[in-house]
Design a protein around this ligand. Sequence first.
Ligand SMILES: Nc1nc2c(c(=O)[nH]1)N[C@H]1C(S)=C(S)[C@@H](COP(=O)(O)O)O[C@H]1N2
Ligand SMILES: [Mo]
Length: 216
Amino acid sequence: MDESELRQKLIAAKQRWAREGRLLTGRKDPEKTRRLPPGQRETREWPVLDLGITPRVHTDDWRFSVGGAVEAPLKWEWRDFMAQPQLEITCDMHCVTAWSRYDNQFKGVPFLHLLDLVRPRPEARFVMLRSFDDYTTNVPLADLADEDVLLAHSWQGKPIDAEHGGPMRLLLPKLYLWKSAKWLRHITFMDKDAPGYWEQRGYHMRGDPWNEERYG
Ligand SMILES: Nc1nc2c(c(=O)[nH]1)N[C@H]1C(S)=C(S)[C@@H](COP(=O)(O)O)O[C@H]1N2
Ligand SMILES: [Mo]
């Protein structure tokens, strides 16, 4: 599948989701007249933020799985993951600690493709992401069902460093970066929302930088 075919396929998948009403979050898109969300400042660095443990997961030992409210749970080894359609995107990243970094080029497997494979059940509305460092974070499915969401393995043309979540991390640029789980290991689809690591400690359940959803 070439890139333009893949993009067409992703757009069709997104339209399907919109028709099913699953992209409605009940919130209006704020007017994005500027590039920097409120309260943020731009950085050229890429700071490292995590729980202080860097799991070193070799691609030979890497395992990824999806379960919960889906028709077709899956388990991947690294070669299965890399055999999926690949997409490159350029995005801005916004961290709740107030830095934003522009024009990051990521490559990976589109989340919409994963949704096609696992087929979430009608009741599925949220997911819990789990990582190799036991970090967890919850995300509304509506925010994941978008063309710019990747299971990312490369940044600026190179494998993502272990510090930044390699070999694979989620990339969900429209929410604060704590939702973009590094070293992603498992995704559970859920009918009800539940708080992850930072959400249990006061962070917002959704985390939209344009609405400054920093704390719950
Ligand atoms: N597995 C895992 N993912 C994580 C974290 C973590 O501690 N563990 N920290 C989150 C937070 S709070 C932020 S701001 C971003 C930071 O990503 P970076 O270190 O690549 O900048 O990763 C998020 N993903
Ligand atoms: Mo963060």
